[in-house]
Design a binder for this molecule. Structure first.
Ligand code: C5P
Length: 250
């Protein structure tokens, strides 16, 4: 079982809080995720301040527009050197291809690594009834698989998916496709409550199902001791690797 990276979602607007958490958690996580809330408030300069914590950066901007506009937006953030950058797979194959080409070109021009583009499939806040009203026939699960297929076809590095789709996506898209998974709740202890996440899994379950990286927000950031919470989740991921190896060897 390959290494599974832990990204902590720093979903807050208050810059001192986010910077403090970034530096506090840096030794215990693989990376830090910043979303629209923080980016709209503090822009590229605020992102650079978090990057100074020295961890891999996940810029969760969920871009969605015509291909030319998304390509331009991608170009604008390449200099921040995010390891992951999200775009909506529902924007279409042409939009995703334009984003990928723009990322590669701009990264080459600047001499930096291009971001790994991830397609957002179906937001976990959309249920079957909401999708039906938008004219999407079938289940949310089928729509995730369909959109992930389009993301792969467009040459994206991978997708965001709920814990429930990981195993199917891993089987369909092979070992190199990045499957990044939010909706993670520790098996027990602080942060094990579901919050507003409807479809959750433990870190170990998501890792065993084939996730490339796990995104965990509030179970870490709202914990009485965020550093200890991050370390406990890291330990849970590591333990799942040991037990998977033991099963393989037995
Ligand atoms: O606090 P919590 O662990 O629920 O945070 C999960 C993070 O993953 C949030 O930043 C949220 O925006 C993000 N996310 C999600 N569901 C998706 C896509 C992203 O929860 N489908």
């Amino acid at each position: 079982m390959p290494n599974v990276a832990l990204y902590c979602a720093l979903d807050a607007r208050d810059r001192p809080t986010v910077e403090r958490l970034a530096h506090l958690l840096a030794p215990a996580v693989g990376g830090l995720k910043l979303g629209l809330e923080y980016f709209c408030a503090h822009g590229p300069e605020g992102v650079s301040a978090v990057r100074a914590a020295g961890r891999s950066l996940f810029l969760d901007l969920k871009l969605h527009d015509i291909p030319n506009t998304v390509a331009g937006a991608v170009r604008s953030v390449v200099a921040l050197e995010p390891h992951y950058l999200t775009i909506h797979a529902a924007g279409g194959v042409a939009m995703m291809q334009a984003a990928r080409e723009a990322a590669a070109e701009e990264a080459a021009r600047r001499g930096v690594a291009p971001p790994n583009l991830l397609g957002v499939t179906v937001l976990t806040s959309l249920d079957a009834a909401t999708l039906a009203r938008q004219g999407v026939a079938g289940s949310a699960h089928d729509q995730v698989l369909r959109l992930a297929g389009l993301a792969h076809e467009a040459g994206l590095a991978g997708v965001i998916a709920s814990p429930h789709e990981v195993a199917t996506l891993r089987a369909a898209h092979g070992p190199d496709f990045h499957i990044v998974v939010p909706g993670i709740r520790p098996a027990s202890g602080a942060g094990s409550g579901k919050g507003d996440q409807a479809r959750v899994a433990t870190p170990a379950d998501a890792a065993r199902a084939g996730a490339t990286a796990l995104v965990v927000g509030r179970p870490i950031t709202q914990a009485p001791d965020p550093l200890a919470a991050a370390r406990a989740i890291g330990d849970e991921i590591a333990a799942s690797r040991v037990s998977a190896r033991e099963i393989e060897e037995s």
